[in-house]
Design a protein around this ligand. Structure first.
Ligand code: R5P
Length: 290
């Protein structure tokens, strides 16, 4: 089926790359923000019946209204099938009511997106207590895992490395990355009591002296998880500590705090547009779209 492709906000460049690889026609989208924050949206060409809408959902509260308005416009223009290509899918960490009266935002957000698009393609959504997206999304979902990409990157760039996963959830990707890179790895146990209150005890890792230590996680937000680990590694005498993540959600302040804690470089996939981007996901993403 012929497909049109549209990039929303900072995903426009990725949409252009995907359009060049597939030959799909990219439709320019004009977004104007009124002084009160509302959007005016305008498509500058007529879409095919089948549309791939590319929009990474970091900063979701800013982006979701524009996304829903564009879906409305596409339906008005006769589009029958919208695939949302969202390299980073938001709201997956609030997957259970942690306290009485708390909302399960992962499910509410899934209901919202499922009502507007027909299919979803994403990379490493935070699957923890929700085992697969279809538990909360009512549309077909393609879930890609970036571990092979990360593994190849580590193998090609860091010859004498040992990997650390900061919590139990990270074992799924850290073990795979370590396998591809033929590197040893260890998984920590994490307890989180608040945004900035994270407790992890790093065991004695002196057997790894002389190696680059690479902290690997699916996402970095406040940076606190990796800071807590890095501080203890530094206290153990490690001098070359770096970090690699799929989704870089952290701001400049968090980047500065991680540097101060001894993490000399933070690298990420370009699922979220970020200065730390080092691993390109465009070709990989195509596997889930075609
Ligand atoms: C948590 O379950 C995730 O895998 C990450 O470890 C976490 O979201 C990182 O957040 P922060 O950078 O705020 O510690």
């Amino acid at each position: 089926m012929t497909t049109s492709i549209i990039g929303l906000l900072d995903s426009d460049e990725l949409a252009t790359t995907l359009a060049n690889s597939t030959g799909w026609h990219k439709i320019p989208l004009n977004l104007h923000r009124f002084p009160d924050g509302e959007w005016r949206i305008r498509l500058l060409d007529k879409p095919q019946k089948n549309v791939a809408l590319v929009c990474s959902l970091d900063h979701p509260n800013d982006k979701i209204v524009a996304l829903i308005l564009v879906c409305g416009l596409l339906r008005d223009m006769g589009v029958e099938h919208i695939t949302l290509v969202t390299p980073y899918l938001a709201y997956m960490r609030q997957d259970v009511a942690f306290n009485p009266g708390e909302g399960v935002s992962a499910r509410y957000f899934a209901n919202l997106l499922s009502a507007h698009v027909d299919k979803l393609v994403t990379i490493d959504p935070h699957l923890h207590r929700i085992a697969e997206l279809e538990e909360v999304y009512t549309i077909p979902c393609v879930t890609l895992h970036a571990a092979p990409l990360l593994g190849a990157w580590v193998r090609d760039h860091l010859p004498n490395v040992a990997l650390i996963g900061p919590d139990g959830e990270s074992e799924q990707w850290v073990s795979e990355v370590a396998g591809i890179a033929s590197a040893p790895y260890a998984i920590m146990e994490k307890k989180r009591f608040g945004d900035q209150d994270v407790r992890i005890e790093v065991p004695d890792l002196s057997a790894w002296k002389g190696r680059t230590i690479l902290l690997v996680d699916d996402m970095i937000s406040t940076g606190r998880t990796l800071i807590v680990v890095a501080e203890q590694l530094r206290a153990q005498g490690f001098t070359d500590i770096r970090a690699l993540c799929v989704h870089a959600l952290h701001d400049d302040d968090a980047a500065a705090r991680m540097k101060e804690a001894g993490i000399s470089a933070v690298l990420s996939c370009n699922t979220v547009v970020h200065p730390s981007n080092a691993v390109d996901i465009a070709d990989f993403l195509l596997q889930g779209m075609t």
